[in-house]
Design a protein around this ligand. Structure first.
Ligand code: NAG
Ligand code: NAG
Length: 240
């Protein structure tokens, strides 16, 4: 039977291990640096001895130099190019305002123009604002179309790399960057419960369903799951 505490300790273990492994590496790295620093300073003092009189400030400093080990940065992964979310109604109005200011030959001070444009925006009638809202809505529809088209073009490898990049950014606290869904990946099937709910619409009640009904749906879900696993394996094999 599934044990929650076993699951928890498994989680703790897998979470703790990479950290421990990292700190061993970091210690090794810092030891190497210390040795190097020592060597470097002994070279310096030999040099200093041979050029007497030229005492440097560094040597009179009481503290020994302990250079910090720069953390090894993971190779930066380029963001995948995706259609850009369109500007809001206000954003469109603001850009139009900036263009007018530029056309007039005036120097653009963004903070000043934000205040001016924002006051003008508030003065617009609903009908005037609607012009910008309509433009935004049209852009949004186009953006969604462009996005679906782009997702269709991406390879499973590109999804993998981009989603790993996004996952790392989310782990570092970045928000609003969900993983991309491959429209061509096999879809995970419904569980027996959801399959039953879908068939029965709102009239069904899984917990009240007779055993033979439940086992029928459990069997359907099992079959669908087998099919999904096979499709997914084929998908992964075709797209290594
Ligand atoms: C959609 O894609 C077309 C063609 O690449 C582009 O010209 C247009 O600006 C895009 N629109 C949006 C809202 O992303
Ligand atoms: C389904 O049946 C259970 C057990 O009788 C009950 O507690 C629950 O409220 C019911 N749910 C619905 C959606 O009718």
């Amino acid at each position: 039977m599934f044990s929650l505490s076993a699951f928890r300790s498994a989680l703790t273990l897998s979470a703790a291990q990479p950290v421990r492994a990292m700190s061993v590496k970091a210690a090794a790295a810092s030891a190497t640096t210390k040795t190097r620093t020592k060597k470097a300073s002994s070279t310096t003092s030999t040099k200093a001895a041979s050029t007497k009189g030229k005492a440097t400030k560094k040597e009179s400093s009481p503290k020994p130099k302990t250079k910090k080990v720069a953390p090894v940065k993971p190779k930066k992964v380029e963001a995948l190019s995706m259609p850009k979310r369109p500007s809001t109604a206000w954003g469109l109005f603001f850009v139009e305002h900036l263009d007018k200011v530029r056309a007039s030959g005036k120097a653009v001070v963004p903070t000043t123009e934000t205040v001016i444009a924002s006051a003008q925006w508030k003065q617009l009638s609903d009908a005037q604002k609607q012009v910008y809202k309509d433009k935004y809505n049209a852009n949004l529809i186009e953006f969604k179309k462009n996005t679906s088209k782009r997702l269709e073009e991406l390879t499973p490898e590109e999804f993998k790399i981009e989603n790993a990049r996004r996952q790392a950014l989310r782990a570092a606290g970045k928000r609003g960057l969900p993983s991309l869904k491959d429209p061509n990946a096999p879809k995970r099937p419904l569980s027996s419960f959801f399959r039953y709910a879908q068939d029965q619409r709102t009239t069904g009640n899984w917990s009240k369903a007779p055993e033979h009904e439940k086992s029928r749906y459990t069997e359907l879900a099992r079959e669908a799951n087998e099919k999904y696993k096979a499709e997914r394996a084929a998908y992964l094999a075709a797209n290594p």
